[in-house]
Design a protein around this ligand. Structure first.
Ligand code: HEM
Length: 394
């Protein structure tokens, strides 16, 4: 990677969205971090925030670093999601977030806990008895599809499409490249569906999606925001957790000593989940748009700039984490950026944690070793994980 400096800003030709770099981003991230607190990516005409401290500052300072201009790396997509929870600021964001988070608060999630545990027991018993399975399609898909998609409550046909829609939606978050462009038609299908099918009378009674219409009836959120708010559930509720579960299986398979620690002391599981999300963050990056000039350690970033916040790079910053590339289930990095930070920090994190804790508690009871037989990493603009992860268990 060549890095030069112009007007005090390090400038790089590095392309984080090139196939090879998507599959193995760590060395590129390290060089960007070492180059300075923020680096100008010439190819994309955007800044890259890769140090932990910079990513956190960008995410927390919403008055400078707006989400309302979109958090994606291309203009078309920033138009499409305008006005949903993810892409809003200040009081507007607070109102939308209050409605979206309601079923996802720890107190509301208590009602789901038994279902999640029951399904976790069922799937681990079934797969462990078989001895070989795909940790993506057979293990990681199960809880999000069996429990979460039901709670979101789309009509049946929509539920079937949620996985494809979500994955393609996240591809559209990237800069305009082939992956983004080929995903646009699928995204369009998802947005049309949200507007025409995720409507009263078609949604499951008592579902989270229906509750968004109720919030509009009570005047808590603008009625015209409801279709695009559906995407706050349809986009991130399944795929993110699926990627996280498979990433965890991959890490435990490659680090049997860490799996032994978890098996010997299951109270380590919640911390191990944090460690998985730190080391292999399922969402690697979103962006922000600056609405005023910003001084970052002597570098002036002008208003009207876009900065990509690389959660995945901040999570491997040795300025924040000791031996950041080491998988250590005893580290419990509560401050990781895998769920973001600041006002947009993930509303679904308690649910995702609940699913992962339940699943790995049951696996720890039944599995001594995971062995990877075959795998294929996803080549994806934003998500990091696997399309296939075939394992045997003993
Ligand atoms: C392991 C699983 C998950 C990961 C790694 C993850 C990651 C993230 C990240 C990084 C953000 C921050 C976005 C930003 O900075 O702009 C976020 C926000 C969000 N997440 Fe998650 N997420 C997960 C699961 C979920 C689930 C299960 C749901 C819904 C049921 C969900 C719904 C949302 C929503 C609606 C936002 C936007 C919040 C806001 O803008 O205020 N996520 N997530």
């Amino acid at each position: 990677m060549t890095i030069t400096t112009s007007a005090d800003v390090p400038v790089s030709d590095y392309d984080p969205y090139d196939d090879a770099n998507l599959l193995d981003p760590w060395e590129g991230y390290r060089q960007l971090r070492d180059a300075g607190p923020i680096v100008w990516l010439r190819k994309y005409e955007m800044y890259a925030a890769t140090r932990y401290s910079t990513v956190r500052r960008v995410l927390e300072d919403w008055q400078t670093w707006s989400s309302a201009y979109g958090v994606m790396m291309n203009d078309e997509m920033n138009q499409v999601l305008r006005g949903n929870t993810l892409c809003s600021d200040g009081a507007d964001h607070d109102a939308l977030r209050r409605a979206v988070i309601r079923p996802l608060r720890p107190t509301s999630l208590k009602a789901l806990s038994d279902d999640i545990t029951r399904e976790a027991v069922l799937i681990t018993e079934r797969l462990v008895a078989r001895g070989r399975f795909d940790a993506v399609t057979e293990l990681a898909h199960h809880l999000p599809l069996a429990v979460v998609s039901n709670m979101v409550g789309l009509p049946e046909e929509g539920r079937e499409h949620m996985l494809v829609w979500a994955s393609e939606m996240f591809n559209c978050f990237g800069p305009r490249n082939e992956r983004t462009v080929s995903a646009f038609p699928v995204l369009e299908e998802m947005v049309n569906y949200a507007a025409t099918q995720a409507v009263r009378g078609k949604l499951k009674p008592g579902s989270w999606a229906e509750a968004l219409h109720d919030a509009a009836d009570r005047g808590e959120v603008p009625r015209e925001a409801v279709p695009v708010m559906m995407i706050d559930y349809m986009g991130p509720s399944l795929d993110t957790t699926i990627f996280a579960i498979a990433n965890a299986v991959d890490l435990f398979a490659r680090h049997p000593d860490q799996w032994d620690l978890v098996r010997a002391d299951p109270s380590l599981i919640p911390g191990a989940v944090n460690e998985v999300l730190r080391l292999e963050s399922p969402i690697q990056d979103f962006s922000r748009y600056s609405v005023q000039d910003y001084d970052l350690e002597g570098i002036t970033i002008p208003a009207g700039s876009r900065a990509i916040a690389f959660y995945g790079a901040g999570n491997r910053d040795e300025r924040e984490f000791v031996e950041p590339d080491t998988f250590d289930v005893r580290r419990n990095p509560r401050n990781h950026l895998g769920f973001g930070a600041g006002p947009h920090q993930c509303v679904g994190m308690n649910l995702a944690r609940m699913e992962m804790n339940a699943l790995f508690t049951e696996l720890a009871r039944r599995v001594e070793r995971f062995e990877i037989q075959d795998s294929r990493r996803s080549l994806h603009n934003i998500l990091r994980g696997f399309d296939r992860l075939e394992v045997t268990v003993s």
